[in-house]
Design a protein around this ligand. Structure first.
Ligand code: ADP
Ligand code: MG
Length: 254
């Protein structure tokens, strides 16, 4: 992670009629970091993401993405970002290679489908239809589709929701790899262990506002500094540890 700001959001507001979904938020994302947007349902995370992705109109505020102003240059922003499509949007009867070719065409790119599928460990499924993939495989494929235009930044909205523990861990590795390759990652999640594992910094949103922004480590230290004490766990392992110990880390849906 560098100290170069790749995204700058200033005083962003989004209203749906009388309702203010995003209420004057400001934040920066640094090049090469994994930045997490956390918050309860309805906090305004997806709205914020979709505005940065040029998919939703803002009401007011300034957004700069890699030097491009959202108001003046949305076309250039689209070229350098990767947006995760909902897997429900995949044509169920096309196979993975066909889907990659379809999306590449939309980006006006030539893509080596096998190489891309290798990155997400789906080469074996190259000729399978998207409807034949398991939940974890669908998520990995949808992350692969964000990489088609070799983006500088990718946006992942709840990438691991609904996955089993093995598939979640597998996706964490994939997201870390993508970042190692120099891509900035912005994600939302409801899993705090995931945010702690993956994110360099997080912003916690509630009712359209950012109520806290720092590294996970700093947030935890600050809470502890207030005198907060967690009841000591009776045992040094939890049920997820048992589950992973019994069933292994290996993905099951191959
Ligand atoms: P999150 O992703 O944090 O769950 P969203 O950004 O999806 O939150 O939604 C924030 C708020 O804005 C919610 O109260 C939601 O109901 C509302 N909202 C989202 N999209 C629309 C829309 N198209 N029209 C009206 N209200 C919306
Ligand atoms: Mg959402």
């Amino acid at each position: 992670m560098t100290t170069k700001k790749i995204i700058t959001v200033q005083n962003l507001v989004k209203k749906y009629g009388d309702f203010t979904a995003v209420n004057n938020i400001s934040f920066d994302v640094y090049e090469g970091e994994i930045f997490g947007l956390l918050g309860p349902n309805g906090a305004g995370k997806s709205t914020t993401l979709e505005i940065m992705e040029t998919l939703r109109e803002k009401t007011s505020g300034q957004v700069m993405v890699d030097g491009f102003n959202l108001d003046e240059d949305p076309g250039n922003i689209k070229k350098i970002i990767g947006v995760q499509l909902q897997s429900s949007g995949f044509y169920p009867n096309l196979n993975l290679v066909e889907l990659i070719e379809l999306f590449s065409g939309l980006y006006n790119r030539k893509t080596n489908a096998t190489q891309l599928l290798e990155k997400v460990n789906l080469v074996d499924k190259a000729k399978n239809k998207s409807k034949e993939l398991s939940g974890g495989q669908k998520q990995r494929f949808s992350i692969a589709t964000t990489l088609i235009n070799t983006p500088r930044i990718i946006f992942l909205d709840e990438p691991t929701t609904g996955l089993d523990p093995q598939a979640r861990r597998n996706l964490w590795d994939l997201i870390k790899q993508i970042r190692e390759n120099g891509t900035t990652v912005i994600l939302t999640t409801h899993y705090m262990d995931e945010a702690e594992q993956l994110c360099d910094r997080i912003a916690i949103m509630d009712k359209g506002e950012i109520i806290k922004m720092a590294s996970p480590d700093k947030m935890i230290d600050e809470l502890l500094a207030t005198g907060f004490e967690k009841p000591k766990p009776a045992k040094a392992a939890n049920l997820e540890d048992v589950f992973i110990h019994l069933t292994g880390r290996e993905m099951r849906d191959e």
